[in-house]
Ligand binder design. Sequence first.
Ligand code: ADP
Length: 257
Amino acid sequence: LTQYQAEEQQIPEFQALSHSFEAMVRRLSDAFSSLQEFNGNAAHEFRTPLAMMQAQLELYEEMPHPDMDAETVELLAMLKEQTERLSKLVKTLLEMSEMNTIERADAVELTALIEEVLADLSPMAEKRQISLLQEATGEVLLQGSDILLYRLLFNLVENAIRYNKEGGAVRVSAEERADTVEILVQDTGSGIPEADRETIFQPFFRVDKSRSRAYGGVGLGLTLVRKIVELHGGTIRIAESGEGGTTFAVCLPCGAA
Ligand code: ADP
């Protein structure tokens, strides 16, 4: 029963109940907002020390000290694995805290961001002999959340590798127009049937359920992608590629603020 209905019907018990219910919802929502803000700030604070630890542990892995025995090398490898897990967790926390509003509008350089995503996904691509190609583009500045823009490109390229054939290719290009940039992520995979091109962005939708499940996907990747694109004032569509495979086209506002 809403407060309005309770007042309208002049039922004192309901009025009191609806007032206390409203107060409770307000308190819960305030508490949730502060928790979200706290999560975001805490995750930001964790980022730098974690990155430093990871870099140091990677260095040890590449150039182990001659005095290190096998046990120490093993221990350091385990530490590296755990810091990687922690970094992923921190990234997820940051993404969650930024999903409602983009509080920190960073200037994000697109070409470098694409490079970073392709480098992070190259081990996955190598396993399936898929080549990752980046078409040369000059400097393109986006305004928004570097964390979310990374996730947007990561999810698209990861899918382009995942739903590709062995020995296939993924090509990422960006074309700057007046005050927008169009990013294309093209693959040589199975393609997406015409009828599914809109539903594909809905939560838990998968074209080939058994195949997607085998990869451990749950069908939320593209939902998140579309939400991030919208948060940045852009659009996303599946473009015709003519030669099979899938092409995702993302259009985002660009240029210095
Ligand atoms: P997930 O990959 O976890 O299942 P997504 O939301 O990322 O979830 O993708 C939804 C579905 O869209 C996938 O299950 C897959 O069927 C299809 N899909 C996504 N990207 C591609 C692609 N590049 N090529 C072919 N199918 C794709």
